[in-house]
Design a protein around this ligand. Structure first.
Ligand code: MG
Ligand code: MG
Length: 257
């Protein structure tokens, strides 16, 4: 079932999202060649806990870390390690914060140093597709309108959309109904109504859409080992407007794609 949120509850999600946004900003300053991904996880966890929050992903179904860090062909659910970021890598950092009883969730993909033009375009277009999806997340539309808009935008540009992993409702739980696929048909699916809070998170591949799970039991990568990008915001839908609850503004202050 879908849990509809009051303005007061969305206010608490905003407090969670403020910690999350500033954690992302801290990470943006650290994301560069030579940095180990487990260093990023450590500073994010410290920041979140210092501000009274709990990293949403840590121990979620046994997940080992606070961040999902997915490099290059890894799509999502990668976890931090001794791997050192290299010039030419792309890295998706997905983070969630639980604070005052509510989760917020957002992701951003960075280019490390100089990346190939095709990969830079993949990042720009995937980020753009997130906002194109959000434009459709308005009361009266349906879930399929969001996926249709994202899928059309990225497929017209020659990319493919991951189908097996989707966005989601969230609130007291990190994953609530409804599912929010990044593909779909216009006018289909659950009707969007005031009080719904959803995470929209396009996962877009430079090559084919097929994915496989690594033997570590978590990391999802592209089957053809081509790069994949991931951007995510948590949004609240009201009868007269849609609010983007999470923010990338602290990232954008230090990092420009
Ligand atoms: Mg996320
Ligand atoms: Mg999510």
């Amino acid at each position: 079932m879908i849990y509809f949120k009051s303005e007061e509850e969305v206010g608490l999600i905003k407090e969670s999202a403020d910690i999350l946004g500033r954690a992302h900003g801290l990470l943006a300053k650290e994301v560069k060649a030579g940095i180990k991904t487990n260093h990023l996880d450590k500073i994010a966890e410290e920041f979140i806990r210092d501000h009274g929050g709990v990293p949403s992903f840590k121990n979620y179904n046994g997940f080992p870390s606070s961040l999902c860090i997915s490099v290059n062909e890894n799509v999502v659910h990668g976890f931090p390690s001794d791997y050192e970021l290299n010039d030419g890598d792309i890295v998706s950092i997905d983070c969630g914060v639980f604070f005052k009883g509510f989760h917020s969730d957002s992701a951003y993909t960075y280019a490390i140093g100089q990346v190939e033009d095709s990969v830079k375009s993949l990042l720009r277009d995937t980020e753009k597709s997130l906002y194109i999806g959000i434009e459709q997340a308005v009361a009266g539309n349906r879930i399929g309108d969001i996926g249709f808009a994202i899928q059309s935008y990225v497929e017209e540009r020659g990319y493919s959309v991951v189908r097996e992993l989707v966005g989601h409702g969230l609130g007291k739980a990190l994953h609530e109904e409804p599912e929010v696929p990044n593909y779909g048909k216009r006018g289909r699916g659950t009707k969007l109504k005031s009080g719904m809070v959803i995470a929209i998170e396009p996962m877009v591949n430079l090559g084919k859409r097929n994915i496989v799970q690594e033997k570590d039991g978590w990391t999802i990568r592209t089957a053809d080992r081509m790069p994949s990008a991931h951007f995510e915001h948590t949004v609240a839908i009201w009868s007269d407007r849609t609010e983007i609850i999470t923010t990338h503004k602290y990232i954008e202050e230090v990092y420009k794609l």
